[in-house]
Design a protein around this ligand. Structure first.
Ligand SMILES: Cc1cc2nc3c(=O)[nH]c(=O)nc-3n(C[C@H](O)[C@H](O)[C@H](O)COP(=O)(O)OP(=O)(O)OC[C@H]3O[C@@H](n4cnc5c(N)ncnc54)[C@H](O)[C@@H]3O)c2cc1C
Length: 488
């Protein structure tokens, strides 16, 4: 497809950005999280006409760190300004593993996606660990949106999605209606689009697991506490140190960058955790939890004490069974990101799937064209579903890895055994090229029933339906998950 170079405002003056010819397709995106903002960016790039609505009055400024995988980073880097900003703001930590006494077992080592690579070899920058501060990552995407001239419309809370054969629309809670050729529900796990898409409200349910998360300025621990400063310092080679503490009753992570210190702890949800970054718990709640772990290191206790009172979020992990249908009956409303899937413990992939969704959808709309918007959204659904289902299954693989009997004592484990699995099928994927190669085959399959098999899943894996409860029961009984196929 030919591209037009477009001059855009940039920190460095004007940047040449390749934009596809205008498609005439209008896209209204609901939600300005990672899924919504990247959908808006990528749709603009594919020549569509975009607007984006967000219920909050301003962009989110709170949050901790998350891992963004190579298949997504490599795509972000096709935007010249973001390539530079991404490198500047992403941490590339070295990882080490500790017992729940604080004693180090192994590391610090680079995290390698490419496990087949020679351990001593220079780390390939396209396969390195990118650990991003959520608010900075989102702000990077939002700044790029501003540079292409698309402004987020804040304070627009969508109450309802609707469609007819020619248009889709949303009704805002202030009564206004907004229409477009396609409406993208990127409004997160509590999406209002289920009633239209699935015919019923599909709520996620609490997993009984939750995570305390904190991120705060590093000055708040510097100074007085020599042991805490030493245990959280940046390594001599300049890399941040991502530390995992694992053992009976404890899974905790800790890292500091030049300006931020962040820690997280998974715990059983006693019914108090919230689904919002904005609901915080007092450090005494976390101290109460760790008081049940007799070996809990005292410097970590002091870290928790030093965390600002409103600085700890207790995030409830929610589950929803895989949703094979993410497109409305007439194909004009389509869900992406957390609206379309759910967060699983240790999958470390929610944001990655959200951004992949954005890339898939924008390309499908481009290849389908204005007359075929309703088919394009269905092809998007066909191309993504099995892959997303595999990503969700991976959450159980990693949960099992973390909580199996060996991991509970953490005596025999190495750092690599504790770092979540990320198979080549996942990180080695090129989402834009995949859609380009498969759009017409999948369209033929949907329109004429010609055979079609997705290849963006673990080689040899045959998709089958599964449910959260069934896999969780296997993890709890320490039984093999019997996935089939090559997940390495
Ligand atoms: C503790 C934790 C750790 C995680 N770690 C990782 C990780 O390491 N790697 C990774 O890839 N992912 C990780 N994730 C998952 C990742 O954060 C999510 O998958 C990702 O944020 C989803 O993006 P989204 O844009 O779909 O949804 P959200 O980020 O939830 O954004 C939805 C947006 O829609 C807006 N909105 C909601 N309702 C409406 C409405 N009615 N009208 C208008 N706007 C609305 C919201 O205000 C919000 O801005 C983690 C998540 C958690 C909770």
């Amino acid at each position: 497809m030919s591209r037009n170079p477009i001059a855009c405002n940039s920190a460095k003056g004007l940047t040449q950005l390749a934009r596809s010819p205008l498609s005439g397709i209008s896209v209204c995106v609901v939600g300005a999280g990672p899924a919504g903002v990247y959908t808006a960016l990528q749709c603009w790039r594919k020549g569509h006409n975009v607007r984006i609505l967000e219920r909050s009055p301003v962009a989110r400024t709170q949050g901790d760190f998350f891992m963004v995988a190579p298949q997504v980073i490599n795509h972000i880097k096709t935007w010249p300004d973001m390539a530079e900003e991404n490198d500047r703001i992403a941490a590339d930590p070295r990882v080490s593993l500790h017992r729940n006494t604080g004693e180090r077992i192994s590391g610090p080592l680079p995290f390698r996606f490419d496990k087949g690579a020679d351990a001593g070899a220079e780390l390939d920058p396209t396969k390195r660990f990118h650990f991003h501060h959520r608010p900075k990552f989102l702000q990077m995407l939002i700044s790029q949106l501003g540079r292409i001239g698309v402004q987020i419309e804040y304070g627009c809370r969508v109450a309802e999605f609707h469609e007819d054969a020619d248009k889709a629309g949303v009704r805002l809670d202030d009564g206004r209606t907004i229409e477009a050729d396609v409406v993208v529900a990127a409004d997160g796990i509590g999406t209002k689009s289920h009633t239209l898409v699935s015919g019923q409200d599909i709520r996620a349910w609490p997993s009984r697991l939750a995570g305390f998360r904190a991120a705060f300025p590093v000055e708040m621990i510097a100074g007085g506490d020599a042991e805490l400063s030493e245990r959280t310092k940046i390594l001599d080679d300049g890399h941040p140190h991502f530390q995992i503490f694992n053992g009976q009753g404890l899974h905790m992570t800790l890292m500091r960058t030049e300006d931020i210190i962040t820690w997280g702890m998974t715990h059983k949800d006693e019914g108090t955790a919230s689904e919002s970054w904005y609901e915080s718990v007092d450090p005494s709640t976390v101290l109460g939890y760790v008081s049940t772990i007799p070996t809990f290191p005292s410097f970590l206790r002091r870290l928790i004490e030093a965390t600002p009172k409103d600085g700890i979020v207790d995030w409830k992990i929610m589950w929803r069974n895989p949703q094979p249908l993410t497109t409305s009956p007439l194909g004009r409303v389509v869900q992406v990101g957390d609206a379309a899937h759910t967060l699983l413990p240790s999958s470390m992939n929610g944001a990655n799937q959200a951004l992949e969704d954005a890339i898939y959808l924008a390309s499908c709309l481009e290849l389908g064209g204005k007359e075929n918007v309703h088919w394009a959204t269905k092809v998007h659904n066909k191309l993504r579903f099995e892959r997303v289902s595999c990503c969700q299954k991976l959450g159980f693989v990693n949960l099992a890895k973390r909580t199996n009997r060996d991991a509970k004592t953490a005596n025999t484990k190495k750092t690599e055994d504790m770092v979540p699995e990320q198979g080549r099928w996942l990180w080695g994927h090129n989402p834009e090229m995949y859609v380009c190669d498969n759009f017409h085959k999948a369209l033929d399959h949907l329109q004429r029933g010609t055979p079609f098999q997705n290849t963006n899943i673990p080689p040899g894996y045959v998709h089958e339906e599964w449910a959260v409860d069934e896999l969780m029961a296997r993890v709890e009984r320490n039984e093999p998950l019997n996935l089939g196929g090559d997940w390495s």
